[in-house]
Design a protein around this ligand. Sequence first.
Ligand code: ATP
Ligand code: ZN
Length: 283
Amino acid sequence: MKLKIAIQKSGRLSEDSLRLLKECGIDLSNGGNKLKSTSSNFPLEVYFLRDDDIPQYVEDAVADIGIVGENVVYEKQKDVQVLEQLGFGKCRLSLAVGRNDEYSRAALQGKRIATSYPVILQQFLDRENITAEIHEISGSVEIAPGIGLAEAICDLVSSGSTLLTNGLKEAETILHSQAVLIRHNQLGAEKMAILEQLLFRLRSVRQARNNKYILLNAPNDKLDQIIGLLPGMKSPTVLPLATSGWSSVHSVIDENDFWNIIQQLKAAGAQGILVVPIEKMIL
Ligand code: ATP
Ligand code: ZN
């Protein structure tokens, strides 16, 4: 029995999806141009598909699980379960208007908005009691205002440079999105067991990525204060240094607290601070 996973064949999510599987120790005979690849060391079969089709395939159990942007999951409204955010493919779905236009929600009333995300946009408009005309187009939405097709657009943005080069400005974000793992609603016991194993590995990889291993030297009279700054998995490891009156302290810190904590550690008298990445982290 193998678990079937659908990932994007070629596009913004492909590389990161494959890398994540690799970091989970799953070997794949290099796919890319193929439709399908089977792992030699984990019961997983990978299908390479267009991202838009992945929710449907997972609903239909053609694939058991899939990796796709939340934007696609919410737009397609298929009967699938979202299991886990994966931390890549981050973008936002935003409304944009002409660079010189003044924006307000009320000003959208009666306007034409071009988008590839009519479902998500309609939900936003309904919530805000705005009646606008949605023009669904499948690609190059950003050119719609320039050719007179719409007054506003609703499109995916990451840096905003595409908007700028088309004379548009981002006016309001209606959805923040990232890649997620989705699953078919009913999986048999055997497939569930494989999925549990995969999730365990995924979480260990993701945990590790969000944490750093930190080593530092501390004068013994400052140890309490320094340890107080380091949460650690349980509590920090403290080892005596050859130089008397000094200790080596080891711990794990959150990537997000990193710069903040480093400053405080230095101020408290820590020296020789080393920060190293963690490859896997099992909680
Ligand atoms: P496919 O051929 O598979 O249909 P696509 O052209 O629809 O590909 P991509 O442009 O590769 O899709 O984007 C895939 C996903 O990457 C998007 O659905 C979104 O979740 C995410 N993404 C991240 N940043 C951006 C961005 N700046 N623009 C568009 N999508 C982005
Ligand atoms: Zn697509």
